[in-house]
Design a protein. Structure first.
Length: 464
C-alpha cells in the first residue's frame, strides 16, 4: 500500500511547494451510492443462474485534511487525504449481501474560484488499509460467502465538486460526485456516487467595498497610482518594513495601597515590577487597478488568517492606493491569538489580482530583552479602598490617609481608572466612598469600569 501511494504523496507535496503560502484545512465528508467494495465479477457472488433484481445502498464517512494553493489569477491546485469508512448492502428475494470497508482516499484537482463559489475536478485513488468484510447469505440465512467476496483493494477514478464560499463563514460546503473506474465495467451506473463535504477554513472571508476616500501616504513611500503597478507592503510606524520590526519593552513599577477591614489597622503597602513587550504600529499599504479588483490575504506561515475582497468596478478608472491599519482592524486581534511570543512569527501579505500575485513578508521577533529596541518605564499607583471605613475604629483615618496620597499624585499622573464591583454600587457605604473620591479627583477625567475581581469597595489606578 505504501509503495502505491508514495508517488501520489510526493506529487501533492511537490505541488504545494511550488507556490507559497498554502492553506491547510480539516475536512469531513459523506458519500452515498452503491457498495463498491463488493466483488461484482460474474460467478463470484450469487452463483445462481439468471439476473437477480434487488436494491443496494452504500454510505461512506470520511475525515482528513485538504491543501489548497493559488497558482495564477482565479486558478489553483487542491490536494486532499481522508480516512474513509464505508458500509452497504444488497438485498433480493434469493440472497442478501452486506459488509464494510476501511480505506485511505487521496485526491488531486485543479480549482477555479470566485468570491461566491469554486469548481474543482481531478483524479482520486483509494487503498484499503484495515479490516473490511463481506457477508453473503441465501434466503434461509445460510452463510455462502466466497473467499474473494471483496473487490480490489485499490480503486481509481475521477471526481468533480461545486464549492460554496459563504461570506464571513469559516465552513466551505462542497457538493461532489465520484466515478469509480475500477468498478465501472461491472457496476455500470452504480459506479457513480454523490456526496457532501465540509472544510473548515482558518481565518475569515470579508468583502470590502471600494473606499470612497482612501488613506494615502505621502511620497516617497507610495508608488504613483497612475503607474497601475499592483503592490503590497508592510508598514512599521508608517514606513516600509526593513527586516524584523523592533519591539518596545515596557517596565511598569507598581505600588499598591490596600485598606484593611480591621480596627486601627494601617493600610498595607506592597511594590512589584511587571514587564511587557509591545509591537510597533503595523499597517499594510496596497495598490491595485480599481476596475480589476483584488483579494488581500494575510498568512502566518501557511495558515490563512485574514482575507479581504475588493470587487472590481467596471465603470471606474485609475487605481486604489490605500492603507489598512491593522491595529484598527477587528480581525487583527484574532490574528494575535495565533502568534507565539516565544518564537519568530512569519507573516505573509498577499495581494491577488487577475494577472499576478504580489507578496511581502514580515518576521515578528520573539519577546525577549535582547531584541527590545528601547525600554519605557511607567509607574502605576493602585489604591484599594473599602466601603466599610465607617464600621471600624480608625477606618476613616486610614481612608483619609490614602485619599491625601491620591491628591498628592493627581497633577503628576496621565490616566486614572476606577474599578468597582457590581453588587455594592447601590449600598450606602459605597455611595459615601464615591463621594470622598469625587471630592479628591474634582473635574479630573477618569475611566470607570465594573470588575468581577472587586468587591466591598473600589480600586483607583493612577498611571504616569
Amino acid at each position: 500500500m505504501i509503495r502505491r501511494l508514495l508517488p501520489i504523496s510526493l506529487l501533492l507535496f511537490a505541488l504545494s511547494a511550488k507556490a507559497q503560502p498554502v492553506v491547510i484545512s480539516p475536512i469531513v465528508s459523506f458519500d452515498y451510492g452503491s457498495p463498491l467494495f463488493i466483488n461484482r465479477a460474474p460467478g463470484v457472488l450469487n452463483p445462481l443462474p439468471g439476473n437477480l433484481s434487488g436494491s443496494s445502498s452504500g454510505a461512506s464517512y470520511g475525515l482528513g485534511g485538504q491543501i489548497t494553493l493559488p497558482i495564477v489569477g482565479s486558478l489553483g491546485l487542491m490536494g486532499g487525504m481522508e480516512a474513509v469508512y464505508s458500509t452497504g448492502s444488497f438485498a433480493s428475494s434469493a440472497i442478501s449481501i452486506s459488509g464494510n470497508d476501511f480505506k485511505l482516499l487521496m485526491e488531486a484537482a485543479a480549482e477555479w474560484e470566485s468570491s461566491q463559489f469554486a469548481v474543482s475536478a481531478g483524479p482520486w485513488i483509494s487503498q484499503r488499509f484495515a479490516g473490511g468484510h463481506v457477508l453473503e447469505q441465501d434466503s434461509n440465512g445460510t452463510n455462502i460467502t466466497p473467499s474473494n467476496a471483496m473487490s480490489s483493494a485499490t480503486h481509481l477514478g475521477l471526481f468533480a465538486g461545486l464549492i460554496c464560499n459563504i461570506h464571513n463563514f469559516p465552513l466551505r460546503p462542497e457538493l461532489n460526485t465520484h466515478l469509480d473506474f475500477t468498478e465501472l465495467p461491472q457496476a455500470g451506473v452504480n459506479a457513480w456516487s454523490f456526496g457532501l463535504s465540509l472544510a473548515f477554513v482558518f481565518g475569515r472571508n470579508e468583502k470590502i467595498e471600494t473606499p470612497s476616500n482612501p488613506t494615502v501616504l505621502p511620497p516617497p513611500f507610495i508608488p504613483h497610482a497612475s503607474s497601475f503597478l499592483a503592490s503590497v507592503k508592510f508598514l512599521v510606524n508608517g514606513s516600509p518594513s526593513q527586516g524584523s520590526p523592533p519591539l518596545e519593552r515596557v517596565e511598569t513599577r507598581i505600588k499598591d495601597y490596600r485598606m484593611v477591614d480591621s480596627a486601627n489597622a494601617a493600610p498595607r503597602i506592597t511594590q512589584w515590577d511587571e514587564e511587557s513587550y509591545h509591537l510597533p504600529h503595523l499597517a499594510l499599504h496596497y495598490l491595485f487597478l480599481r476596475r480589476n479588483g483584488a483579494n488581500l490575504m494575510l498568512f502566518k506561515d501557511s495558515l490563512r488568517l485574514l482575507e479581504k475582497i475588493f470587487p472590481g468596478t467596471t465603470d471606474s478608472v485609475g487605481g486604489i492606493d490605500t492603507v489598512l491599519d491593522l491595529e484598527q482592524d477587528s480581525a487583527w486581534q484574532t490574528i494575535l491569538t495565533h502568534l507565539n511570543t516565544g518564537e519568530n512569527n512569519r507573516l505573509i501579505a498577499e495581494l491577488l489580482t487577475n494577472s499576478e500575485v504580489i507578496r511581502d513578508t514580515l518576521v515578528l521577533p520573539p519577546a525577549d530583552t535582547s531584541r527590545a529596541a528601547k525600554t519605557i518605564v511607567k509607574q502605576e499607583f493602585r489604591f484599594e479602598l473599602s466601603d466599610n471605613f465607617n464600621r471600624y475604629t480608625g477606618g476613616r483615618e486610614a481612608l483619609d490617609l490614602l485619599l491625601a496620597r491620591m491628591k498628592e499624585l493627581l497633577d503628576s499622573v496621565n490616566t486614572i481608572r476606577i474599578q468597582e464591583g457590581t453588587s455594592e454600587q447601590n449600598s450606602a457605604g459605597h455611595a459615601a466612598l464615591e463621594k470622598k473620591i469625587e471630592a479628591v479627583l474634582g473635574n479630573r477625567e477618569s475611566l470607570r469600569a465594573a470588575s468581577a475581581d472587586v468587591s466591598g469597595g473600589c480600586v483607583v489606578v493612577m498611571e504616569r
